[in-house]
Design a protein around this ligand. Structure first.
Ligand code: SF4
Ligand code: SF4
Length: 419
């Protein structure tokens, strides 16, 4: 049975030129027009017109296999808002084609802080007991999950003093996975901002950003989380909201679009979105303060929601360029998705690994021991792949590298001064 016709704003901008095809990781991997942006736009238009049905797996599977990476948006000369088309289609077909059970469990956990706290505590316990390390190379989903958790292991915290406050008041999004499993990245974010003259404040009551819910088609939960975050950050009095997760930052900058139909919240959401900055934007705005750091070879990868969602590649490069010891080179496929893509590695495990494989080869060929990428999902997915391949290389956030360089300089200066 097909649904009544509905509108799909922006879909008619597609002129079928095909410029997006070579940018699309699923098209390059599967070599099927239906798994290309152009093909999926035709399918989405068919669903909107009511000539295709979302219950038809021959249609639904091609849309499920889309990463939502938005590389096609960057490549498109006609300005097709592909990410918005996909989110709208997934939301409007969610009843006919429900979100998978595992994904629903994860989404419910992310939307309820007490459940999230229990899940994160359990994951940290597995990591502390080194069970994640022990099982990281077991074949299949269990090994993948353990490797992904093992990828969040970090060493001792860095230490150096902040600079006097010369810049704006900033509140940092704590995030779900970031604070639950990668809290050292949040602390590095706070230290590097303070070292660059920003005044930090907290935003009590902040929650998950809702990006995963919106991408999966659960827009109502995403809207509820967006309203909670807008209220929390307004209360903080911060001039900027600093975000160290590219996926969260991209979604939060677009809260105005998410709440476009909500008269009571739309203006607040648009004003909030204008205050959101990726942490690299704030650091680049401040210079950042240069550091000598240790000599390391770094391969650079661009998170999709930074490169394509927020159109940012220069600010993270400037963060790395501020570290004198770093020799940084971009991976050949730096602008292509790693296969993490929110819940994609859970929902499409086999395809996610196929998409990751060329990137792991590129990292191996680069000879780098560190991959710099500013998104928790990418860091975990890439590091998990490296762990399972037996490589010692790891993916870290650019602010972790800057933080470590500031600490190295401080320690060296301190030792030099005390001699
Ligand atoms: S590049 Fe844009 S206009 Fe051309 S086929 Fe792709 S989505 Fe359509
Ligand atoms: S969002 Fe990514 S995977 Fe989906 S069609 Fe666009 S380029 Fe391909």
């Amino acid at each position: 049975m097909t649904a009544a016709p509905r509108t799909l704003p922006g879909a008619d901008l597609c002129v079928h030129c095909g410029f997006c095809l070579q940018a699309c990781p699923t098209y390059l991997t599967l070599d099927d027009e239906n798994d290309s942006p152009r093909g999926r736009i035709v399918l989405m238009k068919g669903l909107a017109a009511g000539t295709l049905s979302a219950t038809d797996d021959a249609v639904g599977n091609h849309l499920d296999q889309c990463l939502g990476c938005r590389a096609c948006e960057t490549a498109c000369p006609s300005g097709v808002p592909y990410g918005q088309l996909l989110e709208q289609t997934r939301a409007e077909t969610a009843t006919a084609r429900p979100i998978g059970f595992l994904s629903r469990v994860v989404l419910a956990t992310f939307a309820h802080p007490p459940l999230m706290a229990i899940a994160m505590a359990g994951a940290r316990l597995l990591r502390a007991l080194r069970i994640t390390r022990l099982l990281a190379r077991v074949p299949g989903r269990l090994g993948n999950l353990m490797a992904t958790l093992e990828a969040t292991r970090r060493g001792a915290a860095a230490s150096y003093p902040p600079a006097p406050v010369t810049r704006a008041r900033v509140a940092v999004l704590q995030g779900c996975v970031m604070e639950g499993l990668l809290a050292p990245v949040n602390r590095a974010t706070e230290r590097t901002l303070a070292r660059n003259g920003y005044a930090l404040c907290s935003a009590e009551g902040q929650q998950c950003c809702g990006a995963l819910h919106a991408h999966a088609g659960d827009r109502e939960t995403a809207r509820a989380l967006a309203r909670a975050n807008i209220a929390a950050f307004e209360q903080s009095g911060a001039a900027f909201v600093a975000v160290n997760s590219a996926g969260c930052g991209s979604a939060m900058k677009e809260y105005g679009h998410l709440l476009a139909g909500d008269a009571a919240w739309h203006d607040r959401a648009a004003a909030f979105g204008a205050q959101v900055r990726d942490v690299s934007e704030l650091l680049a705005e401040a210079g950042p303060v240069p550091a000598r750091g240790a000599a390391i070879k770094v391969a650079v990868d661009h998170p999709c929601h930074l490169m394509h969602g927020q159109r940012l590649s220069d600010p993270p490069a400037r963060v790395l360029a501020a570290i004198g010891g770093i020799a940084a080179t971009e991976l050949p496929d730096a602008a292509q998705c790693c296969g993490s893509a929110g819940l994609y590695s859970l929902a499409q495990p086999a395809l996610s690994q196929r998409i990751l494989a060329p990137k792991l080869n590129g990292i191996g060929a680069s000879g780098a021991t560190i991959v710099a990428t500013g998104n928790p999902g990418c860091m975990m997915h890439i590091s998990a792949g490296l762990i399972r391949a037996g490589s010692d290389a790891r993916a870290l956030h650019p602010v972790e590298l800057l933080d470590a360089a500031y600490a190295t300089d401080h320690q060296a200066d301190h030792q030099g001064g005390s001699r």
